[in-house]
Write a protein that binds this ligand. Sequence first.
Ligand code: UD1
Length: 317
Amino acid sequence: MIKVLVTGGAGFIGSNLVNELIKKGYEVTVVDDLSMGSISNLTECINKIKFYKKDVCDEKFMHYVLNKNYDYIYHLAAISSVVASVKRPYKTHKVNNESVVKILEYLRVKELHPKKFLYTSSAAVYGNYPELPKKEDGRVEPLTPYAVDKYASERMTLVYGDLYNMSVVAVRFFNVFGPLQNPDSQYSGVLSIITKCLLEDSEFTLYGNGRQTRDFIYVKDIIKALIFIAEHDKSKGVYNIGYGKKTSLLEIIQVYENITGKKLKINFEKSRPGDVYDSFADISRLLQLGFTVDYKNGLKKGLEKYWRYSYASKKKK
Ligand code: UD1
């Protein structure tokens, strides 16, 4: 049976990944300290996985768990908050960078050879540099401890791959939305906040004029891409994961209003300092590897599914 380790497997993207891996019949081990994620994200599959409520910085424990030899390791555990990294740079650095180096080092020293070690980075590494679309080999401008750590960790992952003949890969996520994303902070993904406002008929604060663009991608498509990249024997280096298209906030709100049959109440405010105006991914590396995306349907169908899921979850409460 294929054995997989997912760190951060109780988080938004991690839990969606774990659910999919279980559907594929894999044996899945999850390490998550539940500081950002929630065990309720794993309700559907909790009896089918090995779950450890542990911090990835706990070296002794990580050695124990890594000794179990996996076919694939997905390292998603992170303090995935830019704001937290600005407030507590060293604390977040330990999780977002040191844990990665320590895992890679243990794999090297013990000569453990997963078929792939996949590190999850972020479009945050591109910062405000205006090149569009964002290319993996284009300029980066990490502007926060979070972005610096993501960049450093993906580079270290690739360097371990090159120098020590380890099979590794890194991905950069663009704007992911979908079930299990927590809408309860002002720094949550904008679509989770909009969904909550539509469900509760509450007012949405739009920072800026709404013409800023993003490469929004439905979480299920992110998961498909993650598994595809990890399991492809020729994947190498860094891959952007998005649909490769930009959509403005006003456009996506309109599509969402049509789907839900609701009108979003919008309160316009000044744009947030440091907010990126335009962002979308060049995904040619991913396409060259053989992955296919159907962005038009992807976005609309993703929103439809997300809405159905959110509506049903609200009714259950
Ligand atoms: C995302 C990441 C961020 C990362 C950046 C790198 C998330 C939640 N954030 O930020 O960690 O540094 O990519 O490219 O994935 N907005 C509103 N009202 C709200 C919330 C957001 O108008 O209540 C606006 C924002 O100002 C922004 C847009 O919506 O213009 C998208 O915001 P958000 O979902 O936070 O994503 P990014 O800004 O792209």
